[in-house]
Design a protein around this ligand. Structure first.
Ligand code: ATP
Ligand code: ATP
Ligand code: MG
Ligand code: MG
Length: 305
């Protein structure tokens, strides 16, 4: 760009960068989604389509940023984990935060019609923060914190809405009944008053969604597609992390998915396919002949392509 006498004002800009060698986490959270979900007729306590739309928007972000190793979502939030050695935008905080947030928000709106049959009444927005975690323990504890939050909120919300929808209580009454109750009492209230066995509730609602990357063979030959697989599993215990070591160690290859559970497969159209078919060729080239070591069975209950 041509220099002008006004150029000096650039000197006023300051750039924060993420500390080296730390995992970078960006968390987006719907602004005023209590009101937004009510205004848009979301099923309470959990609107499945609304949650799938969140996962779709998150998959779009993962598709754009190859250095995101996983993303965890629940309710109106999603957390994106960047590899600790990423050099995306030279690790500039504002760049990473603002682009992730705006791409997530625009994707949520872009795909609204594909997931929700009701009209979008007003533009939703999301807040976003960026946090650096220096150790694997810190990062795993962060993920545990979010999943524990999902569990606590879902337990309360399922009991609350059970009392309102199944036992005919007012919201005020339901709130009073649940006030001060511990987890086991909530289970009992749901079982006795609402005929709900919480253990049988959907894993999507109880556990949230962990989006992980997998490679799938493209027909014959040695080329692969990257797919984003939503897992509704426990991420607090070691099992998940032992099965997915590539999330914490970017030197390890993305696992190849041998088979996809077709029954519950949710294949969504790729964002870029809709916008521009010319991106396809570049992507195919990139995926050809990858050196792949890990082969895992798909433990998936759906794939976001
Ligand atoms: P970065 O991600 O670093 O911002 P960029 O490609 O967006 O990269 P900018 O310096 O922001 O680079 O420049 C914006 C580009 O978009 C320019 O090349 C400009 O010509 C083009 N552009 C923006 N608005 C319009 C418009 N209304 N009509 C035509 N071209 C436009
Ligand atoms: P803030 O702007 O401070 O984040 P908020 O109203 O978004 O305010 P949160 O604490 O983020 O408050 O809670 C999100 C709200 O959105 C909860 O009330 C939750 O019930 C609702 N919500 C989010 N996703 C869904 C969904 N898929 N189905 C039903 N309700 C949902
Ligand atoms: Mg919110
Ligand atoms: Mg929230």
């Amino acid at each position: 760009m041509a220099k002008s006498k006004f150029e000096y004002v650039r000197e006023f800009e300051s750039h924060n960068t993420c500390l080296p060698n730390c995992f970078i986490v960006v968390r987006v959270d719907g602004k005023g989604f209590h009101k937004f979900t009510e205004a848009h007729g979301f099923e309470k306590p959990n609107d499945r389509d609304g949650l799938l739309l969140m996962s779709k928007a998150a998959a779009c972000v993962m598709e754009e940023f190859n250095d995101i190793s996983c993303a965890y979502g629940q309710s109106d939030e999603f957390s994106f984990v960047f590899n600790r050695d990423t050099n995306v935008y030279k690790r500039r905080t504002e760049k990473i935060l603002s682009v992730v947030n705006s791409l997530f928000t625009s994707s949520y709106v872009f795909f609204w019609d594909k997931f929700i049959c009701r009209r979008l009444k007003y533009p939703p927005s999301f807040d976003a923060r960026i946090v650096m975690y220096p150790t694997v323990k810190n990062l795993r504890d962060y993920m545990c914190w979010r999943q524990a939050d999902a569990h606590i909120n879902n337990l309360y919300n399922t009991a609350f809405w059970g009392l309102v929808q199944k036992s005919g209580h007012t919201k005020q009454e339901a709130e009073k009944i649940l006030c001060g109750t511990v987890s086991s009492e909530k289970h009992e209230i749901m079982f006795k008053n609402c005929n709900i066995n919480y253990n049988n509730e959907c894993e999507l609602y109880k556990k949230g969604t962990m989006l992980v990357k997998r490679l799938v063979h493209k027909g014959k030959g040695d080329s692969y597609n990257t797919v984003y697989v939503p897992l509704n599993c426990d991420i607090i215990n070691d099992k998940f992390w032992n099965e997915n070591p590539h999330i914490l160690n970017s030197d390890l290859d993305t696992p190849v998915c041998q088979e996809i559970n077709e029954e519950c497969q949710l294949v969504f159209v790729k964002t870029k396919k809709i916008c521009d078919d010319s991106t396809k060729k570049t992507k195919e080239k990139k995926n050809r002949n990858p050196q792949r070591r890990n082969h895992v069975k798909a433990e998936t209950n759906g794939v976001i392509e």
